[in-house]
Design a protein around this ligand. Structure first.
Ligand code: SAH
Length: 614
């Protein structure tokens, strides 16, 4: 067996057969730009659609002599051994390479199992000896080679072009490639990283970057400069992750995360970690987790300083905005004291975003011309109360947004009422606002502590008190979406499926394979209520993720096509719902909505809305 990579772009290839196997061959060929003709008397709908869209030529008839003429590659997958044999014989006679699915004797070439990371391809073949090992080896490699290799191969290609442009002697060229490889690939862990442009320049200049990196840089050089576009080593970015909905992370915040060497994240920030985070990024969770206590603030400060001093680009990812009640200010002070440069990437704070997702504008002309962002969990250090609830109670044209207020709500309401606040003032409590776990309870302020207690609302939650809360009855746009509360796992790339789910109110969790550490953090952050499986491969790849603690016991399995559903059944997936193989994202949304229909939120204040709260 002689391995080759074939350039099939623009070249004519024939696929005989109209079922799922043929479709996979067609997809593989089309992905590489081949001109594909399919011959099948009864092609499956997906093939017919490709033909209508002009993506393939489809001949709806049985195979006949002469069909192989002029082709570069021929595939047969008809399920009829006699037809397959004829196709193979004709191809051999015409000197054309041919492959009959699942019939090694009728093949003049085999397709290797492959792992693809951008332009980088790893192929596994067994020379027909033991085909069963190739799929298993491929899965192993899928797990070992992270998604970062596709960026890496792109960077390597750019680097090569740069080296070639310089027309160096061959030995000098090779030395630069050696440096690039040695500096960016960890041979033990099989991980790769994309070098910064500063590093790349030093490889091009023929320096061994590792030596330079070890020398301490002057403090002022460690900030971004025009010469070295890219976050400087030793910089800590205090990044706000937004209120929970991953779509609300800012562009700058996302960019900093993707470029970081290390991310130190809070529990509240976990849902916003980019799912496509390169696997080279170290992750340090410092928030409260199920069984663990939160890391004390002094230790977080020390960790940030330590990572920065090791020359790393550090992102401190915090829920909401980093300077709103998150002790971001204290962390910045600790960095200043340690002489570590830092920056702040502000973000959407929960106190504005969670009300927005509950249909509450925090200001409204004539009704509320002031917003007070206040913590109801007053600092224990100070002697006596810090918040002048009496002053807040005296201003009817304002909105009070109280952070960290679950346990103190009744005390706060008591103080406000005692200071003369109208007990009928509209109020709401919002738990995990903007996420798939959002729950909202609305009531007159005097009733709110009781209503929130009965609904069992827990931190993180905040309360909103003021006349504009009444608008929620009409503006409650988020809870009205058909799939609100659904958090659905699917394999990347996200594409139209994720977009459609998101617009219907669900939170799609599109994970790239193999599942990265960052993706596991995101998955764990909130319950997964369902999983979309688009192919039997999806079933295999996501199977072990079902052990994940975040997998809700009521999770449903949405399968495209009988093959996928069959595989899911064989592997014991729960609550399987089969959709047609060619179902589109809208059909999926309709199917999920029909299954998970929830009680609509009450239109009048005084009740509660949202998942599980009613
Ligand atoms: N820096 C954050 C606040 C951190 S303090 C920000 O700007 O949003 C933590 C408190 O924020 C929680 O106790 C809760 O009151 C509030 N909070 C954070 N995320 C929230 C969310 N998604 N929904 C409701 N309240 C939230």
């Amino acid at each position: 067996m002689y391995p080759v990579m074939l350039e099939v772009r623009g070249r004519s290839c024939l696929v005989v057969g109209g079922g799922g196997v043929a479709l996979r061959k067609v997809d593989g060929l089309r992905a590489e730009g081949a001109e594909v003709t399919v011959v099948a008397p009864e092609p499956m709908p997906a093939l017919a659609e490709l033909a209508v869209a002009g993506q393939i030529r489809l001949e709806r008839r049985p195979y006949r002599d002469g069909d192989v003429a002029g082709r570069r590659l021929v595939f047969a997958a008809t399920g009829d051994r006699e037809v397959n044999r004829r196709v193979f014989r004709d191809a051999e006679a015409a000197g054309i390479w041919a492959n009959v699915a699942d019939d090694p004797e009728l093949c003049s070439f085999h397709l290797p199992a492959r792992v693809q990371r951008g332009a980088l391809q790893l192929a596994v073949a067994s020379g027909g000896e033991a085909p069963f090992v190739t799929r298993r080896l491929r899965q192993l490699l899928e797990r070992r080679f992270g998604a970062e290799w596709s960026e890496w191969i792109e960077a390597a290609g750019r680097f090569r072009a740069e080296v070639r442009r310089r027309k160096l002697p061959i030995a000098e060229e090779e030395r630069r490639y050696d440096t690039f490889f040695a500096e960016t690939v960890d041979p033990g862990r099989l991980t790769a990283r994309v070098p910064t442009s500063g590093e790349e320049e030093s490889y091009l200049a023929g320096a061994s970057y590792g030596v330079e990196l070890a020398a301490p840089a002057a403090a002022e050089d460690r900030h971004w400069t025009a010469a070295a576009p890219g976050p400087a080593a030793g910089l800590v970015s205090l990044v706000g992750a937004g209120p929970g909905d991953p779509g609300l992370l800012t562009l700058r915040g996302r960019q900093r995360c993707l470029e970081a060497d290390a991310i130190v994240y809070d529990r509240l920030a976990a849902t916003a970690l980019p799912l496509d985070l390169p696997s080279r990024v170290e992750l340090h969770g410092v928030g409260k987790q199920a069984s663990r206590h939160p890391v004390p603030q002094e230790e977080i400060n020390a960790l940030l300083v330590r990572l920065a001093r090791a020359g790393k680009c550090v992102v401190r990812l915090k829920g909401g905005d980093p300077f709103v009640f998150g002790r971001g200010g204290e962390e910045a002070e600790a960095l200043v004291q340690a002489g570590v440069p830092f920056e702040v990437v502000p973000a959407v704070t929960a106190g504005i975003a969670a009300p927005a997702y509950a249909g509450i504008p925090v200001t409204h002309r004539r009704e509320a011309v002031r917003v007070t962002i206040v913590t109801a969990h007053e600092s224990i250090k100070s002697e006596g109360a810090q918040v002048r609830w009496d002053l807040l109670a005296a201003d009817p044209h304002a909105t009070i947004v109280g952070y960290m207020g679950v346990t103190s709500l009744s005390g706060v309401v008591e103080k406000l009422l005692a200071a003369g606040l109208d007990p009928a003032t509209p109020a709401a409590m919002i738990e995990r606002g903007t996420t798939s776990a959002q729950r909202v309870v609305r009531a007159a302020v005097s009733e709110l502590p009781g209503a929130a207690g009965r609904a069992g609302l827990e931190p993180p939650a905040l309360f909103v008190i003021g006349p504009t809360v009444a608008h929620a009855a009409e503006l409650d746009w988020f809870q009205r979406r058909p799939l609100v509360g659904e958090r659905i796992l699917l394999t990347a790339p996200p594409g139209a499926w994720a977009a459609k789910l998101e617009r219907a109110g669900a939170e799609p969790v599109p994970v790239a394979l193999p599942v990265s550490a960052a993706a596991r953090v995101v998955m764990d952050a909130l319950p997964i209520t369902g999983c979309l499986l688009r192919s039997p491969d999806d079933v295999d790849s996501l199977d072990e993720e079902r052990d994940n603690p975040s997998w809700s016991s009521a999770a449903r399995t949405w399968c495209l096509g009988a093959d996928t559903a069959g595989r899911a059944r064989a592997r014991g997936w729960p609550a399987i719902h089969e959709l047609p193989a060619d179902a589109d994202p809208a059909a999926l949304v309709r199917a999920i909505a029909a299954r998970v229909r929830r009680t609509p939120p009450p239109a009048t204040p005084g009740g509660s809305g949202g998942r599980g709260a009613a």
